[in-house]
Design a binder for this molecule. Structure first.
Ligand code: SAH
Length: 211
């Protein structure tokens, strides 16, 4: 897996990822242990992979871009919405953050708990609707949403601490989704667009209704 991992890291650098802390975290987290046995040979390929329950683990570049956009500092408190396999939460923890991760599908949450604790990552997995955040664990320095929201999830923005960052894909027009970063600076929200992206839908009370 070492050669595949090195090839992934050069693709991340070529893709514009510069934060050494993020690159080291991506090098350290064993992505092959977050996908099914049938997907292992492809674990480091530049694409999203199925993780069961109709969900996918994002492609490595998207994970790296999102985590870099969070600007995590060691010791910060972070929320990961949409645990899925737990991979992105593990990358955030490997950047030194204390991570809370929320997932709505019980089977995925259970598997992620087992995987993350076996590997020893500082991630607390919570079962629930992450479109409402995790108020009992707020405020957070950083929040990442790994599923596309129909609009800015206000509850999440309200769970940021001063100086906090929220990175979320927001569905727009026909062009698809826009990765959006919001910062709480001097009590005001500033938003910025980070480019187009493609995610599974965020399903919940402040998101899409279940099909
Ligand atoms: N970041 C994950 C992949 C995310 S896929 C990884 O690294 O593997 C998106 C995940 O978001 C899916 O597991 C889906 O079930 C979950 N999800 C969708 N809507 C949600 C919500 N409202 N609250 C919590 N999880 C949600």
């Amino acid at each position: 897996m070492d050669a595949e991992r090195d090839a992934m890291l050069s693709r991340l650098r070529q893709g514009g990822v510069r934060d050494e802390r993020v690159l080291q975290a991506m090098a350290a987290v064993p992505r092959e242990l977050f996908v099914g046995p049938g997907e292992r040979v492809e674990a480091y390929a530049d694409r999203a992979l199925p993780i069961g329950c109709g969900q996918t683990i994002s492609q490595p570049l998207m994970v790296a871009v999102m985590v870099e956009a969070l600007g995590l500092q060691p010791g910060e408190r972070a929320l990961d919405v949409g645990t899925g396999s737990g991979y992105q939460a593990a990358v955030m923890a490997a950047c030194g953050a204390h991570v809370v991760s929320v997932e709505r599908i019980p089977a995925l949450a259970d598997e992620a708990v087992a995987r993350l604790s076996n590997l020893g990552y500082d991630v607390e997995v919570v079962l629930g609707d992450g479109s409402l955040g995790v108020p009992e664990r707020a405020p957070f320095d950083a929040i990442a949403v790994g599923a596309a929201a129909p609009r800015l999830p206000l509850a999440l923005a309200r769970q940021l601490r001063e100086g906090g960052r929220l990175v979320v894909p927001i569905a727009g027009g026909p062009a698809g989704e826009e990765l959006t970063r919001l910062r709480l600076a001097s009590g005001r929200w500033e938003t910025e667009s980070l480019g187009p992206c493609r995610f599974v839908p965020l399903i919940g009370d402040d998101a899409y209704a279940e099909a």
